[in-house]
Structure formats: structure tokens, C-alpha cells
Design a binder for this molecule. Structure first.
Ligand code: 2AM
Ligand code: CA
Length: 261
């Protein structure tokens, strides 16, 4: 795909931050003896990656706004456009030396996501999409899976960590969903969960209590791969931080199962 200038800027920023994170990821293994040391090191790696992305994007598009996990929110001179960035999604995996984490960069225009990049730097998998242009993994076009029977489907989700209050709700979700499908996976990166739905590796994904930067890029990649996405609560995915995503044949059934109605 011949991406737009904006998409090329996003991909370039993701690759540059990816090189920095891959270097730091190799270091993490040597630091495992001291968890505190490793934790501080990973926060620094995360902040450094965000700075690289911010420098690249702001140099290319100085008028756009900014929303990111580490650096907060800033309105741009152009109030209709902003970058939504997670420099390191799957931080806990990164810290544990698990090669399953990603950089997520989305471009929002007038409240709608128009371009998204999710880069798994450890595996060199660049997932990207632009509105109306399809979804891609490296050089290949992506398409969601075609499975139409829930019982054959694998769904991804996130499980509450560190005392998060939605544990009872999540356990009820699992009790409802596990018997109806072929399996549930919890890999720990919301951005990659969505990219994997787009790639047909998962048939669907659901999670609550996320931040906009976890899912902004991934939701467009799913849509452009022919999948459907919708909020679990409320009427905006990004405002509610809740999302159900899936291939078209199972979406209605899956959405009802997740929403329990
Ligand atoms: P993060 O790695 O950028 O923090 C997975 O359920 C999602 O929850 C991830 O996208 C992850 O984003 C977020 N998350 C935040 N804190 C987490 C934690 N302590 N453990 C697992 N996931 C966490
Ligand atoms: Ca995240």
C-alpha cells in the first residue's frame, strides 16, 4: 500500500522508537536480579520511546495535538487533529522479558481515528491501517478470520491486575464465555490483541477499563481488516475504554455474550 504522508511519518516514528526499545529489551534480561532496578529501567525505556515518537511526530506535524500515556494531553494549533500514543503497550511483558509488547500510534481527526500503527518491534511485525485503505501487516493485506461458530473461536481479553475493581465482572464474563468458545487468551497487550483480531489470529477480543492510547490504533486496524468493533458500555469506545471486537460472522453473537444481553 502507498500510505499517506501522515502514515509514513507514523511508521518512521514507530520504527525509530522500536529500535530503542529492542535495545533496552535485551538489557532487561540482565537486570532481572533486582526487580526494582528492572522496573526503573523499564520506565526509563518507556519514557525514552515516547520522547522519540513525540520528537518525530511533532517535527513533521507541529500543529497537531497530543495524547499519550506518559506525557499527558496537549491541544494543538489545529484542534481537529491529534496523535494518540502508547510508546510501550504490554509493559509488564517487557519487564518480564516476554517478547510481546508494542508501540501504538493513532491519528485522530474530528473525533475519528483515521490512521493507526501497532508495531511489534521484537517480532518485526508492523500492523497499520488508514481509513478506507485496508489493513496491512508488513507487505501483506490483513483480513479478519471467517469463523462463524463461536465454539471454534479463540477470544483474547485482559484480566484485571493489581487489585483492579472489575475482577467480579471479569470472572462472570469468563464463566459465560469459556463454555461457548474454543479458548480464551490473555497475552497482556491490548494493542496487539486488536492487531491479532485484524490478522485473523484471534476471532475476537473484549476488555474494559482501558485507556484511549491502548486501543485507538488497533480499533481502526480491525475495522479496515473487515472486522467490527463496538463499546461494551456507553456509546464511545475511546470515552468508555471498553471494547468488543470480532470478525463479522460471529460479531453479533459475541457482542451479546460479552454484554450479557
Ligand atoms: P500497558 O502495558 O501500556 O500498561 C492489558 O490488559 C492492558 O492493560 C495492556 O494494554 C496494558 O497496557 C494495560 N495494563 C496497565 N497496567 C497493567 C499491569 N500492571 N498488568 C497488565 N496490564 C496492564
Ligand atoms: Ca497500554
Amino acid at each position: 500500500m502507498q500510505g499517506s504522508a501522515n502514515l509514513n511519518v507514523m511508521i518512521k516514528a514507530a520504527r525509530k522508537a522500536g529500535r530503542s526499545l529492542v535495545k533496552d529489551f535485551r538489557e532487561v534480561e540482565n537486570l532481572q536480579v533486582s526487580m526494582k532496578g528492572a522496573g526503573d529501567f523499564v520506565s526509563k525505556a518507556d519514557i525514552a520511546a515516547e520522547q522519540i515518537i513525540r520528537d518525530e511526530l511533532m517535527e513533521a506535524r507541529p500543529n497537531y495535538g497530543w495524547l499519550a500515556e506518559e506525557g499527558g494531553e496537549a491541544e494543538g494549533k489545529d484542534p481537529t487533529r491529534r496523535w494518540i500514543v502508547d510508546p510501550l503497550d504490554g509493559t509488564t511483558n517487557f519487564l518480564h522479558g516476554l517478547p510481546h509488547w508494542a508501540i501504538s500510534i493513532a491519528l485522530e481527526h474530528k473525533g475519528e481515528i483515521v490512521a493507526g500503527v501497532v508495531f511489534d518491534a521484537a517480532k518485526d511485525e508492523m500492523f497499520y491501517a488508514e481509513k478506507g485503505e485496508g489493513a496491512w501487516l508488513n507487505q501483506s493485506r490483513l483480513r479478519v478470520s471467517g469463523r462463524s461458530r463461536l465454539i471454534e473461536c479463540i477470544f483474547a481479553t485482559g484480566l484485571p491486575f493489581g487489585g483492579r475493581a472489575d475482577l467480579p465482572e471479569t470472572l462472570q464474563d469468563l464463566a459465560r464465555i469459556l463454555p461457548s468458545c474454543a479458548g480464551v487468551r490473555r497475552f497482556g497487550s491490548a494493542a496487539l490483541d486488536l492487531a491479532y483480531v485484524a490478522a485473523g489470529r484471534y476471532d475476537g477480543y473484549w476488555e474494559r477499563n482501558l485507556n484511549a492510547w491502548d486501543i485507538a490504533a488497533g480499533l481502526l486496524i480491525v475495522r479496515e481488516a473487515g472486522g467490527l468493533v463496538s463499546p461494551i458500555e456507553g456509546d464511545s469506545i475511546l470515552d468508555s475504554g471498553s471494547i468488543v471486537a470480532g470478525n463479522e460472522p460471529i460479531f453479533e453473537k459475541f457482542d451479546r455474550l460479552v454484554s450479557n444481553n
